[in-house]
Design a protein around this ligand. Structure first.
Ligand SMILES: [Zn+2]
Length: 162
């Protein structure tokens, strides 16, 4: 479905050689969602990495859940967390990061005497990671989410075992 990048040709030796996929393992459809990358050379000579997630078709060869690119997935995930944060189980490690981020944000607001009501700590942290986080931060964030999520017709849902 996607072009495979020929890294062996030597030109591309980017920071992405390890091929980490931040949200791999977080999503299921009927089967498993897997990930792939496509690296495009820009006119400037720089490389841009595009990551896609899609069904691996091992459980259901006819599954027609559409693929989703990582940028859109970040937006969807944030919307999902904003609505469902109470039902999502997270690791202690992620909780500690969330609390630290919240306390730093609050202290900045207080220091500059800004009266800004914050969202719930989990939402504030998710917004930060899903809009500004790097690949590594997003990977750790996704690892800390213990609840399995489903992709269903392009929407994220809570996963229920059938
Ligand atoms: Zn599927």
């Amino acid at each position: 479905m996607f072009d495979q990048v020929q890294q062996s040709r030597g030109v591309y030796k980017g920071q992405w050689g390890s091929k980490t996929f931040a949200f791999k393992g977080l999503l299921k459809c009927g089967g498993e969602f897997t990930a792939q990358e496509k690296i495009k050379k820009l006119k400037s000579g720089e490389f841009k990495r595009h990551v896609y997630y899609n069904c691996n078709h091992e459980v259901d060869p006819k599954c027609n859940e559409p693929y989703i690119n990582q940028d859109n997935l970040r937006i969807l995930l944030l919307e999902f967390i904003e609505k469902n944060y109470k039902k999502i189980e997270i690791s202690d490690k992620l909780l500690a990061k969330i609390e630290k981020h919240y306390s730093i944000t609050q202290s900045l607001l207080a220091h500059y005497k800004l009266e800004q009501k914050l969202d719930k700590p989990f939402i504030e942290y998710s917004r930060y990671i899903l809009t500004k986080g790097n690949e590594n931060e997003m990977t750790n964030f996704a690892k800390g989410i213990k609840t399995t999520l489903s992709m269903n017709n392009g929407n994220i849902r809570m996963h229920h075992n059938r």
